[in-house]
Every structure is written in C-alpha cells, then in structure tokens.
Design a protein around this ligand. Sequence first.
Ligand SMILES: [Zn+2]
Length: 439
Amino acid sequence: MTKRLSFFNLVDLLQNQFDRLPEHRTGKNTTYLIRDAALGAFSVFFMQSPSFLAYQEMMQCNAGHNNATSLFGVETIPSDNQIRNLLDPLEPGYLFGVFGQVSALLEESGELQAYRTYRDNLLIILDGTQYFSSKEIHCANCSHRTHGDETTYFHAVITPVIAAPGNSRVIALEPEFIIAQDGHEKQDCERAAAKRWLEQYGTRYAAFKATLLGDDLFCNQPLCESVLAQKFNFIFVCKPDSHPELYQMVAFLEAHGLVEQFSERVWKGKYAEIFTYRFVNQVPLRAGADALKVNWCELSIQRETTGKITYRNAWATHHEVTRTAVKAIVQAGRTRWKVENENNNVLKTKGYHFEHNFGHGTQHLATFLLTLNLLAFLFHTVLDLTDAKYKLLRDKLRARKTFFDDLRALTRYLYYESWEHLMDFMIANLKLTPPIDSS
Ligand SMILES: [Zn+2]
C-alpha cells in the first residue's frame, strides 16, 4: 500500500486545503468553522449518504462520539443550512490544488504506469457535461439560454480524466467550468473552457507525457494548435460534416491509391467481425494555406455474415499513423467512447447526488459542491488503486453493489475510530483473508 495515498493522508491533504479557505464572515457568528462545513459536505459525497451528517449528529448526542469526527476530522457537525451559508461565497478554485497534489503523488508512486498506453502516453479525456438545469432555480454563476420567453439556467463543466483502455478506474483532474456567453455557440464556449484548462494545467500534465482525447468539437485548428503549443499530443474524433476539406483530400488521395487500408477478422465468440482500418498522414484540418496538417485514421467494423457496418469512427491525431501504430491509436481514440459507454463518466456515476441537501446557493455553492463531489470520486479511485484492504472489499462487494449500502448502515450504528478500523471490521466480518501489509 502506498502510505502517502492512504485514506488518512488523502483526508489530511483535504484538511490542509480547507484550512486555507478564506474567512468571509464579519459578525460574531463563527461557531461553525468553514473547514467543518467543507469537510462535512465532502463526507456526505464520499459516503454517498445524504443522511450521513444527521446520523453522526445523533450518534454524538447518544454516545458522545461520531464517525464524521473520527473519519473526516469534522470538529463540530454543521447543519445543511450552515453548510450552504458557509460554502456559498467560496470559489471552487480554492479546492483545485488537491487534484494536482494527488496526481503528482500517483505519478511519483508509479501508479500511473498502468495507465500508460501508446508510446508510453497517458490518455486524458476532455469531455463537457451539463450537470444542472432548471427553469426556476439559478445563481450568479449559472449560464442561461432563452427560447422565446422561456429561460433555462444551467451549469456545464469539462471534467478531464486520465483513462486507459480496459481499465474501469478513471482519475479525475481539475475541472474547468464552461461559461456560456450570449452570442457564442455552445461549442465555442466548450472550446474556450478547454483552452483555459490547457493554459492553466498544460505544463503540469504535458510533463506526464499525455495525449488528449476529445469529441469532434475539439478537432478544430485553434484548439489543436493550443494543444500542440502545450506539448500534448491529441487524438480527436474527426467527422466528415465538420471537416469537409480534410475529407475531400482523403477522397482525392484514395482515388490515387494513397490511403492505406487493411482488414482483420476478429472472432467474437459467436460471430466474426471484420475490422477495417484506413489511414493517411499529413492532410489539412481545414481550408487555407495555413491549415494545420494532421494524421487521419478510420475504423469500421462489419459483421462478417451480414456485411452490416456496426461501428465507424475516424480521428485526427498528431501521432504518426503507420500500419503498426494504427490499431493502438484507434484503441486509444475509442477509450473516450468506452469510458462514456461503460458508465464511468464521473458525473453520471450512480450514487453521486450533487445538490440533495444543500441546495443551489446564490453564488458559488453549486460549483463548489461539484468540485467536492469530484474529489470524493477521485479519492475512491485512488483508494481502489493503492489501498489493498479497500480494493479487497470493493472487489468482493462491487458485484452486489453493497459496498456503499454497508458503509452507510455500519457508520449509522457503529463507531469507528479510523478508516482502517472500518475496513478491518468489514474484512473480519466477511471472513475475508486480510491482505498482507507490505508497508
Ligand atoms: Zn447556478
């Protein structure tokens, strides 16, 4: 187990960050610390239990101790109302440092090695998601769109994650909130957010050696140039509709026999599929003499018996595409789709509720809570990677989806002096063989 990434140390990182949250109260009503409000909200997300704090409050009254204090370091349990009032004025950027610290520790401890894929690169998926929408509730930081006389308020965010083909654990990085602006297309706002993320974190993550994956909307020249300027590579979906000049060139080269193509038969257990790869290097991404030259590849999958095409997608990349490289590049490109499809999308993962008890707030609450939620998700992933006891329990209870149910019930009725104590209790009562402590 990587001690520096234990539950105790992760919570310690969080507490250090929370200690630096600025005091915004002017009156004497400072019974509840802002740190307790942030830790309390985090604990609700981490335990995936809207009632966690209420139960701990009850345990404190009845037994004089509680798990919010022992596990998360909450000194005085605040109410949901107090949490809302204390956190609403705080910008989510105060929390972002934790993402960088955790990813640096993962890299130092060698945990990211398993995520390295084509040419030793990490794959970072950039994807925009809308996570809140309402016609009534809104805050100072809501985006809005108006149809006729009806206004819809919403929040959207890019949540970059490190992912690898065939690995269900994605590692959340710093989010970037999408700011919708009047007169700007939705995709322009998403690209602008991606560009801000690159400018802010590019240096850090490019040093990890990374390829960015993204949807067709990222496959545009200014964004690709920003990506390259930050020393990332990219594999972006490249659709014909949005890249007519590129596809004209591909068709021209194809007519002259200059687009390479080969097929492979893949046995799927009950039927065979034909995977056909086509690729060509150095084609213009758009019209004009200054067009960026990209390398293009396509995969189509066909049922052998019926000839029916079941999948087709194409990508533009800065990696050179060769006969030996194309399969790995396509596999990397498809990782984005697989993560989405296998429901590992951070924001769509079951059990993560964003605003259940705390409401939307009037200033930053919605974005602050979303960031805490992403941190809770990140911590679970890190523990699953580095904590042998946690991993043992998740592997055992994952199929039955009971891990969080058990956590909720156990911490409601029983007191644990530490996370370690809770894990040991579960392992012992499930009659599992505890992992050997290699530390
Ligand atoms: Zn809002």
